[in-house]
Design a protein around this ligand. Sequence first.
Ligand code: TEU
Length: 572
Amino acid sequence: MHSVNTPTTRTRDGADTDWWREAVIYQIYPRSFADSDGDGIGDLPGIIARLDHLVALGVDALWLSPFYPSPQADAGYDVADYRDVDPIFGRLADADRLITEAHDRGLRVVVDLVPNHTSSAHAWFVEALAAAPGSPARDRYVFRDGRGPGGDEPPNSWRSVFGGPAWTRTDNPDGTPGQWYLHLFDAGQPDLNWDSKQVRDEFVEILRFWLDRGVDGFRVDVAHGLVKQADLADWHYPEETTSGGHVEQPRPPMWDQDGVHEIYRQWRTVLDAYPGARILVAEAWVQPAERLAAYVRPDEMHQAFNFEYLEAAWSAEAQRTVIGRSLAAADAVGAPTTWVLSNHDVLRHATRLALPVGAPRPRGIGTDDPQPDTALGLRRARAATLLMLALPGSAYLYQGEELGLPEHTTLPDEVRQDPTWLRSGHTERGRDGCRVPIPWEADSPSYGFGPTDASWLPQPPIWAEYALDRQRDVPGSTYEMYRTALRLRHEHGLGRGGLRWMESPDDVLAFRIGSGTDTGAETGGEVIVVTNLSAGPVALPPGTELVHASGPLTATGQVPTDVTAWARRRAR
Ligand code: TEU
């Protein structure tokens, strides 16, 4: 069994079979990365044209959010055809070219797989609606009769993650009211029935379809949701639908059922039959860390997103606890830990970390909400990033965070597209603010996102300040901070070192990390990481010198509040 302290094994031909154990993986949200044709929606040719950015940044792999044919009821997480590319993003040939061009640059490619639900426009669901109750076509989904007189009430009490009931009633072919179908998300995302052998067989074929095209792995959407408790029992903690299990409550009947693991064991055998190391990454909102670790046992998935880390408060105690617990839980099953601060579902961390510690975390922020302190958020985000990139295991970056992008917190409500806004009856603003197309060039139309001014969500004027061309080669810019961090992380083997905590004041995190082997004064060697979450400056440990920092040190060389410093032992 592997341990996080086991160095990466490289095969003799140079192929890195364990690349994923310490990989930095960059999430591309195709709608918002780069638009080649000027329609205001990003696309695969746009991504290809910008691949060199990822090389310059220094990441190992990219993960693409869904680009498959879809009515876009949930920005592509409603898949109508798992084996093609939506015309708004390009053609299947573009996906092939993207994989090849990424590989040519030494970048691995992970695609998104959405197995919990299809789109309501998927051929299977169209067939199911036309078929009779109890028919094999309906058995691929979760159809039930309603409760109450005339079956007018939903079959159970479950709520959709986006708000409203998790059930929608169908019409019979003759127009009379019919059965209800389950959708844990939008009504346009009917849940599949994973007891169906056809469903299981189909997804194995979908895996092979993309593996044959050369992808290096799959990010598995809602990996904790596929199997439901057989009796579909009522559930009386509605808020629980938005997460994957609270420690204090019984396990919800729709999340983290033991039956999901058999599915991933089967998928693992499918992946292992392919050459190279192809990976499965669980998107599973499951806590505590020990239950999440079950998804990454040696015969299941390779990684699981560490949302407990993402959600941890910006305090030394919370950070120290979550780091320790995450490492222990993953190490117990021989998996690498993962770290993530931002993605397309949460407030960008440059904004989130400015919110008061312990305050409820909104899914989105609007014009009439209190506006977070952008400077404080960025300062903490940079400190958090430099802490994260020093931790052992694999790290996920979300497009635009390398520019220090904040959430767009003043989007007009009329332009919001996240189904959450509508389904919550306009009480939850939803996730549009982290999905705004990113800025490349300050003085170009749509800040270089595309050749025209079009942008499917409006970009705020402050985007000019964050544009890549305003940060490239600018010492101290967020972009250069990321680049240097990724280079040093690689040179010092930070992703694969064992973490050793050091004595430090309560509100300061300090640890040693890295290969520790003597690979020369300029490259390699142990790094000492200090993150100051206390109110005043702290000194670097004696006998060390600064290598990198998330912000300037004080005039006397101390680490100020909300700054992370990387140091090394001073050469004698
Ligand atoms: O998200 C699953 C999910 O449950 C959480 O991300 C979260 O509850 C949600 O974002 C509400 O804030 C995945 C995808 O990442 C997300 O974009 C999709 O909308 C969802 O699945 C449905 O496919």
